[in-house]
Design a protein around this ligand. Sequence first.
Ligand code: ADP
Ligand code: ADP
Length: 225
Amino acid sequence: MAQVKFENVSKRYGSTSILENFNLEIRDKEFLVLVGPSGCGKSTTLRMIAGLETVSSGKLLIGDTIVNKVAPRDRNIAMVFQDYALYPHLTVADNMAFGLKMQGVPKQEIQDKVSDVSKTLGLEELLQRKPKQLSGGQRQRVAIGRAIVRNPKVFLFDEPLSNLDAKLRVQMRVEISRLHKTLNTTIVYVTHDQIEAMTLADRIVVMKDGYIQQVGTPIELYEKP
Ligand code: ADP
Ligand code: ADP
């Protein structure tokens, strides 16, 4: 079953066409990686799923629902950004709790959830720190934690590891892969890094100039003679 479906979606800014008749089905629980040169439309694709960009024409479905006009908070989607986008004045705990508070989730439930997820991600000792008191990898974990607590149907990752050093990148890659198995959820992940794509993806979508050039498993794309 498709979890996210683009049906003849086009995206224009004024008279500039970014995506033209884009068709893509993202399967339930799959780890889908989008790759392609800078400017080919990867972020735009993610941002349309999140509801941060409108669809100019065509249909975008999440599950059975056409979400073209559904607000981001009603889509049950969480996005992790390259720059983490944490609130600098809030503690780790409050950063993780923020979205749930906005949804009016009861306080005790929020505390339990944040406590649970912080254990999963090794953040229990850091809950009272502010983001600037954290290393890059820790910030990234908080950003992921903030997404997990909301229990989303779909996780979107926009180059989440590109600001980390090489060692941490490998470590976080392993963690994200483990997370996908633990959470048993759908992930759409943008990266420039071919190794990341090959190790994480169930399927890879290669984009170019706003269209899909190739789709396949890592083996189909990179190991064919
Ligand atoms: P990628 O993530 O693959 O690097 P993007 O999706 O960010 O590519 O961008 C795709 C194209 O859309 C680029 O040519 C970019 O300049 C253009 N673009 C992105 N956002 C806007 C905007 N708000 N207004 C006009 N053009 C934009
Ligand atoms: P990185 O080089 O990966 O960014 P840092 O050298 O900044 O890591 O941090 C190393 C350790 O020191 C981390 O465990 C981090 O939590 C801790 N740390 C960094 N800055 C502060 C701070 N201002 N207050 C308390 N602990 C900090």
